[in-house]
Design a binder for this molecule. Sequence first.
Ligand SMILES: [Zn+2]
Length: 333
Amino acid sequence: MSRQLAVGIDLGGTNIVTALVADDGQILGIVSRRTDACRGADCVVGEMADTVNGLISENSVSQDDVVGLGIGTPGPLRLSKGFIHRSANLPGWENVPIRQWLQEKTGLSVQLENDANAAAYAEHWVGAGKDFGDQVTLTLGTGIGAGAIIGGEILRGHFENAAEFGHTIVELDGRPCSCGQKGCLEQYASPGNIAKYAIEQIRKGSESSLGPVLKANGAFDSQAIAEAARAGDSLADTIWDEACRYIALACVNIQHTVNPEMLVLAGGMSKSGDFLLGRVRQHFVAQTWKIFEDKPKIVLSNLGGNAGVIGAAGLAWKAHRSGAACLNTATVK
Ligand SMILES: [Zn+2]
């Protein structure tokens, strides 16, 4: 008997990852292509559909064995309409009816989701938070994406953009954010922003072992900061520790708003492993309340960089099992 599969797509500002995923979350085929968002949404969506159709035929999968397609994209989205409303990561994309376009071009039922929600769903489905019904995932990437799973379902809220913890304000009149607010968490704790901040400090004359790295390469990332901090670099340690303190602050705020059993740290910064987790846990204990024992477990993602694409496919599986996929298919012309 042939094996059924779902297609997952993780649409990012830099890359589009497309995968065939089995009902246990296992990836059976995966392709990553660069996102050329400036060429226009219709052109990029057309190429995405070609990639999906190519992946299905290259892996000798019958179209009848594909249960559906899930796509995680940067937001904000209009989920009920299947639109990408607008995205800082996809310049020029406005009110793109991506669900309908993909359904028309692939013939598959399509589930659209915010990319950070898709990653959070993956952690709940097959990742570090497997079998935990109430959990929040913070994806520490270029910015900070977040998704909350409550009672096994993605928390959406009335305007369908709940759990944007990366844009919770942690400093009044703080650093400006690309979202238009000031003082957002991601300005103080995302890997992209802490690297930017460290580079600024070195250019202003701060002593650091990262100075020669900056001179040689023109830039460095948050992992370089973690490595320098581990090796005893004072500037790197101060910046890394401060980022961990802000992430812990966010965990306390999430504890008091969502009250999850588990918090999962994912994304590029989680590659620093215990050097991230240990500091965050330490600052969490220092900051959280002392009057009640409802402290969530804080853990690292175990899905590597593939949480987004696995979660997107997982949502296609979920829709298939619930019968929602059949309803979506009926709208394909
Ligand atoms: Zn913001």
